[in-house]
Design a protein around this ligand. Structure first.
Ligand code: AMP
Ligand code: TRP
Length: 338
């Protein structure tokens, strides 16, 4: 069994990705991230992490953080990430992340860290702290510990990926080959789900208008209500167009949920109105999301099984991460005990 893991690990390129347990997941997170993570399992050796140490940079309420960490891990599994096939774990269960981040921090020039735009935005909102400043260094440690070849992320994480690459190259150059230099894997632009209320904005978990966002834990009735209230463009045709952002977004959602080509959907709705289209859209979304929601509730309520999944994930993640950390410690001159 252990040998099998080792050999498949060597054969297939490695994927690493992570999300912060900072709030409920949305349809945007599923379509833009989780759905790809699930598909990537067929080709890659995948490692998926819940980054709770990143989340503490803005001091969430402890009970809420604990809950959301387990919620997110359960949602990974419910979405289709298979714990038998991929590594699913929580960052704080693997001490090597914080340990490697310390070392990588010494290889990060102040100027390079100061250029990170997300740090500036978050500091404006939450007040600056050193943890927010070194957040991207911890992210680099996440990725480099697992020798990841590819990192699926959204456009907003490109800069952090660039830092991870620079750190890997710098360390390799200063000592000798240690880290795989990771490539970002950014999904095509089509996979951006827009707000149901303001279709020029991304669908976001923090939207104040509760009708703007579909959450993965929404009930079928929530989904029907939100789709019914979704804004539309002027006119009444179900036609895709850059000048019709609301309908374009709804058509894309229909396409993603049903697999039907956008042209075919348009044709079926010729002569019909928004009401018919929205009613059907709600049903195809429910068909996609209901199984996820049901699995989610089942896993989330089965504490022992979820705990076992995360224990197994932590064990395998520690094994892989410590292998890299030991190499790093040795190269920089830290003494190993016999
Ligand atoms: P966030 O929830 O913003 O931390 O994002 C976590 C992941 O979900 C990132 O990879 C994002 O690119 C993706 N994501 C979040 N919202 C959307 C959206 N509306 N459309 C597509 N992808 C999204
Ligand atoms: N910073 C990422 C975000 O906000 C989350 C993250 C932490 C991450 N470590 C990572 C993403 C490593 C990819 C790889 O979305």
């Amino acid at each position: 069994m252990a040998d099998q893991t080792q050999s498949s690990e060597q054969k297939r390129p490695i994927i690493f990705s992570a999300m912060q347990p900072s709030s409920e997941l949305t349809l945007g997170n599923y379509v833009g991230a989780l759905k790809h993570w699930v598909e990537l399992q067929a080709t890659y050796d995948c490692v998926y992490c819940v980054v709770d140490e990143h989340a503490v940079t803005i001091h969430p309420e402890p009970a809420k953080l604990r809950k959301q960490t387990l919620d997110l891990a359960a949602m990974y599994v419910a979405s289709g990430i298979d714990p038998e096939q991929s590594v699913i774990f929580v960052q704080s269960h693997v001490p090597a992340h914080a340990q490697l981040a310390w070392v990588l921090g010494t290889f990060t020039p102040m100027g390079e860290a100061s250029k990170m735009t997300q740090y500036k935005e978050k500091s404006d909102k939450h007040g600056a702290n050193v943890g927010l400043f070194t957040y991207p260094v911890l992210q680099a440690a996440d990725i480099l510990l697992y020798q990841a070849n590819l990192v699926p992320v959204g456009e907003d994480q490109k800069q952090h990926l660039e830092l991870s690459r620079n750190l890997a190259e710098r360390f390799n150059h200063h000592y000798s080959d240690t880290f795989t230099v990771p490539e970002p894997h950014i999904p095509k632009v089509g996979a951006r789900v827009m707000s149901l209320q303001e279709p020029e904005k991304k669908m976001s978990k923090s939207d104040e208008n509760s009708n703007a966002t579909i959450f993965l834990a929404d009930t079928p009735d929530d989904i029907r209500r939100k789709i019914k209230r979704a804004v539309t463009d002027s006119g009444s045709e179900i036609r895709y167009g850059a000048d019709r952002p609301a309908i374009a977004n709804l058509l894309e959602l229909y396409h993603i949920a049903s697999g039907e080509a956008i042209g075919a959907i348009e044709e079926r709705f010729v002569g019909k109105g928004y009401g018919d289209f929205k009613a059907e859209l709600a049903e195809v979304l429910i068909a996609m999301l209901s199984p996820i929601r049901e699995r989610y509730m089942q896993i989330r309520n089965d504490k022992a099984t979820l705990n076992d999944i995360l224990k197994k994930g932590a064990f395998e993640a520690n094994r892989r991460a410590n292998r890299t950390l030991r190499k790093v410690y040795k190269k920089i001159g830290l003494v190993e005990l016999e």
